[in-house]
Design a protein around this ligand. Structure first.
Ligand SMILES: *Cc1c(COP(=O)(O)O)cnc(C)c1O
Length: 461
């Protein structure tokens, strides 16, 4: 299986190469040259299997022989062994035709564990074969960094550095990044905001001498391997509600469009998904674009669902690539216009997108009201991101069963949840000592040379 760039001007790569590369050299995102379609009988046969076996069957065609079957099965087992629920991604019922897919039973209590745990295992196994050692540097507003720390701690062939904005992540998120004690993982608390952190990481990738010297790699949400790992729970949940014999819909709390794009891949593989509903908070560029056809940036307003506070959704480029008939030149043109503020989606592309995706937006007040109402009606405690999803899903309920993705555990955002419903959600017992573990972090200035010096010194490169 080959991977091509959405901007049409970068080398074609294998799965392993695309996983290590992240962003394509032409600025685009890697996608499979052709999505493998699963026969209805093969989808039906997934019903009742363990999550790990479903993961193996869904992902195997994409790997192009990077691992043997037995190796890949072992990596999947390791990836999900630390989850706090035997079903990995359990479904609970909210109403007659509305279900919640709990994706927060991983080690850092957010759905990002599903992909990050597996990508950690896959990268380590691929590097152990080649004998190479890499340096991963990532920027985070909270959840990606904690998931990466947990996934890469103690791996022999990887050094991990996470840049987070000092004083601007929740205490749980910070402690999840600063309490791992392994020598190969480093939490760097930088002066500035998330955009500053991301800008410095970009600078490092653009400094080719540094990039080659430390063997820099990335694990942000545009990494194809992460998208692929997230396609699995669309299958596991849909078959448990009767797919492929009946269709289901999904509502996805959306920021960078990675999670919902994984649903689009599942649909392209033949899973009968009726609608994929994009749920945004007050940072609603995607909802506005779906309604008006204009994709125009508008600044970021901080919300109580901070993991969805984005200016532009990077993975939306992958959907545009298909909507424009896989014309890389057309996508490159749109992205150039985006740099100047925005672009208009062509009529044909908009029709294609509207055939697959619906959308809705949830204000701060509606988020709070939804947390309160869901608790009163069902006893389910929602995190603010999941509440955005539930509110938008309720506007799209119909004959087709709706599955809303619950993207984080409420205890990861205890202040917002307590403010909404007057009860402080407790951390699961298995991580109850998080507040007692010693922290280890390095305060750093918003200064490229100083950051590079720290990374060179700690990696000895
Ligand atoms: C990352 C994240 C999201 C947004 O996911 P995308 O793939 O960026 O759309 C939503 N909720 C939570 C809790 C997250 O951590």
């Amino acid at each position: 299986m080959n991977y091509i760039s959405t901007r049409g001007a970068a080398p074609v790569l294998s799965f392993g190469e695309a996983m290590m590369t992240g962003l394509a050299r032409d600025g685009g995102l890697y996608v499979p040259e052709a999505v493998p379609v699963m026969a209805n009988a093969d989808i039906a046969a997934l019903a009742g299997l363990h999550y790990e076996e479903i993961a193996f069957r869904v992902m195997w065609p994409y790997l192009g022989g990077l691992f043997s079957e037995a190796e890949f099965r072992g990596l999947i087992q390791n990836a999900y062994a630390g989850f706090g629920h035997a079903a990995r991604a359990p479904l609970v019922q909210l109403g007659p035709n509305h279900f919640l897919l709990e994706l927060f039973h991983g080690p850092t209590l957010a759905f990002k564990d599903f992909a990050m745990q597996l990508i950690g295992q896959m990268m380590q196994a691929a590097l152990a074969k080649s004998g190479e050692r890499i340096t991963i540097v990532g920027a985070t507003s909270g959840d990606t960094g904690s998931a990466a720390m947990e996934a890469f701690r103690g791996l022999a062939n990887v050094d991990l550095f996470i840049l987070y904005p000092h004083g601007r992540v929740s205490e749980v998120q910070r402690r999840q990044m600063t309490t791992p004690s392994e020598a190969n993982v480093h939490a760097l608390a930088m002066d500035g905001d998330f955009d500053d952190c991301q800008a410095r990481v970009k600078d490092m990738f653009n400094d080719f001498a540094f990039r080659d010297g430390v063997r820099l790699a990335g694990v942000n949400s545009i990494n194809w391997a992460r998208v692929l790992a997230q396609a699995v729970y669309y299958f596991s949940s849909a078959v448990s509600l009767g797919a492929p014999h009946r269709a289901v819909s999904f509502t996805v709390p959306t920021g960078n469009f990675g999670d919902i794009f994984a649903g689009y891949i599942a649909r392209s593989m033949g899973l009968p998904i009726d609608k994929l509903v994009i749920a945004t908070n007050q940072n609603d560029i995607l909802d506005r674009a779906m309604r008006s056809g204009s994709y125009v940036t508008d600044g970021v307003r901080p919300s109580i669902s901070p993991s969805m506070d984005i200016q532009v959704s990077s993975n939306f480029e992958r959907a545009l690539f298909d909507a424009y008939g896989r014309d890389g030149g057309a996508v490159a043109q749109l992205m150039a216009e985006l740099k100047a503020g925005g672009f208009a989606i062509s009529q044909g592309a908009l029709e294609m997108l509207r055939g697959t995706f619906a959308s809705g937006r949830c204000s701060e007040e509606e988020t709070v009201a939804t947390i309160r109402a869901a608790y009163a009606a069902t006893g389910e405690v929602l995190c603010p991101h999941s509440a955005v999803g539930v509110k938008v899903a309720e506007e799209h309920l119909g004959d087709v069963p709706m599955i809303t993705l619950a993207t984080a555990h409420p205890a990861k955002f205890p202040d917002a949840v307590e403010a909404a419903m007057g009860v402080r959600p407790a951390l699961p017992a298995r991580m109850g000592d998080l507040y007692d573990r010693p922290e280890r972090l390095t305060r750093v200035a918003n200064d490229l040379a100083a950051l590079q010096a720290i990374i060179r010194e700690r990696t000895g490169r």
